[in-house]
Design a protein around this ligand. Sequence first.
Ligand code: ATP
Length: 289
Amino acid sequence: MKLEIKNLSKTYSNGVKALQDVSLTIEKGMFGLLGQNGAGKSTLMRTISTLQDPDSGQINFNDINVLKKPEDLRKVLGYLPQEFGVYPNVTADELLTHIADMKGIVNKGERKDTVEALLQKVNLYDVRDKKLDGYSGGMKQRFGIAQALLGNPELIIVDEPTAGLDPMERNRFYNLLSELGEDAVVILSTHIVEDVSTLCTDMAIIGNGKVMLTGKPNEIEEAMRGKIYEVPIDRNKLTEYQEKYNVISQRFFAGKLMITVLADELPDGKFDTKKPSLEDAYFKILSEN
Ligand SMILES: Nc1ncnc2c1ncn2[C@@H]1O[C@H](COP(=O)(O)OP(=O)(O)OP(=O)(O)O)[C@@H](O)[C@H]1O
């Protein structure tokens, strides 16, 4: 199983270059596409999902030429868009049954079994007869995954799935997502670094419509070992430190401002060496662009 994206470009009519010569090879497993708001993630996800056309480039999934045969891709695609839309005043069971019907699962018995199994899988079986518009954000997202999984897709795309979930719902959702990569190519688009470090075996960072880095999260972290330092400072000293050092990020920690600095060696005795995280790598890339 393999998704190959080659030289994909897209400029919107307002002149925004949302994709600039994007090439990626994505194999079976969970692939994280990390980028800030506006980086081009949704444009890429919608293009792969055949909802919009690029200006140029190619996409192949196994032997399907996606841009030439979008209908072939749709048969093996499961897509959870960023905005799944307004949740109608129907139950999870009713809507999933309806979508299963539209996806071509026409045999009633088979459809009932499929819908039941999926509701079990996403842990909504007990609330299957409740109206969707009364669901919590996490429950809605789990429903979104259930509909994306109808028809056993080989390519699953989830766009910013954990935005707006509370920590417990996010954890539950992670458990669900972590199983998906076993038999499919799964692309998880997100601006949340933790999503990628928790779930993904491979990743890319995208910014301004360009691929800035690809690799395995642990290798990307490892490449930064011995180069990341931190020190707590007074908030009003930030500019001073920024002038002197390559400050890649800052956060509040117990009332102090903790700054993270990129350097080839210990900047001075006040700094501590920090075990690099994926977030440090991400901030480094962002600070360079
Ligand atoms: N239909 C459109 N017409 C014009 N510009 C657009 C359109 N859709 C997106 N853009 C612009 O293209 C750029 C990339 O947007 P895109 O939605 O792909 O980014 P994103 O990484 O998914 O961000 P977000 O998380 O905010 O959705 C942004 O500058 C956005 O404003």
